[in-house]
Design a protein around this ligand. Sequence first.
Ligand SMILES: Nc1ncnc2c1ncn2[C@@H]1O[C@H](COP(=O)(O)OP(=O)(O)OP(=O)(O)O)[C@@H](O)[C@H]1O
Length: 358
Amino acid sequence: MPEQGIEAQLRLQRGAFRLDAHLQLPANGISVLLGRSGSGKTMLLRAIAGLERAEGFLQVDGQLWQDATCFRLPHERSLGYVRQASELLPHLDVRANLEFGYRRIPRAQRRLGLDEVIALFGLEDLLEQRAEWLPNGPRQRVAIACALLTSPDLLLLDAPLTCLDRHSRAQILPALEQLRGQLRIPLLYVTHNQDEVTRLADHLVLLDKGKTFASGPPGHLLSDPRLPLNHPDEAAVVLIGQVEHHDPHYRLSTVRVAGETLSVSLSRLPPGAETRVRIFARDVSLSLDPPHNSSILNILRVRIADLFHEQDSARVMVRLALDNACILARITRLSADRLGLAPGLQVYAQIKSVALME
Ligand SMILES: Nc1ncnc2c1ncn2[C@@H]1O[C@H](COP(=O)(O)OP(=O)(O)OP(=O)(O)O)[C@@H](O)[C@H]1O
């Protein structure tokens, strides 16, 4: 792991709750922190921000923020922190809010321009509005923009879209996706929302009862049924690939992922662009022979990596190996026995639905 990323070992006791977190996060991109309610996500973010005085050490972008001998106070840590319900400077208009942090950063250290951020979050029509009158959706857009304009070394986002309606979320998610490729700073993002994980995560960290217990690329963690990420009904993998070809007549595109070509709904992105697809385990069925005359467009020849029996369930989760990635199939135990499924066996995976995450 490059030393320019985030490295932390933070321990903190609050009442009966103990946080014991170990982080090694990449220098760029979005790391998503996942965990049940009460698992300590907010406490961890607050400890990173220096708002809680944890023991241990924390290094960000090659700079020591704390260890046994030093502790940078919150205002000495170059970070942006956006919460579920963000506070702005209520008596100022949106433009003044945006400029407040931006003007304090020397020109040479600014990572993004004011106009660039205004355009990215679609704030043009809000600039003259007083911050205190903003509804939730625009308020969060402004809050994230304000945090970015301080050009921090680290951006912490604590469930920033939780209280927003579909429309507001749909305005913010593409901006965050665009930032991922553009901004050379790490984002640590807390969410419970599966769509946000699928669309945003470059790296996942799982937290349970205050302890970080798994960390890695989402493709690996989401395809591991042993991790308590989702109810098996909702188990899904995300694959990162490239748009290959558009077929406007049938309103379909092809996407190249893990050495395979998948048909998806027509993508808005140009050929060659990076995109993500999500495949639910419940949408994948298996066959020993190549299915003929099927309406299913995506049929892949794959090898069974392993099978996971679910306790007290009629179903079994089958992990299927592709080139450098895995997908999951959730089928009945009866079918698995009838087909004699076992690790190493070649089968045909029929994927009923592949969702393009754009
Ligand atoms: N100051 C405190 N004193 C005692 N216990 C605390 C304190 N702050 C937080 N806790 C407890 O620590 C645990 C973790 O809280 P935290 O808010 O970090 O969880 P979370 O994972 O962010 O939850 P959610 O997803 O619901 O926001 C909870 O059980 C909470 O009650």
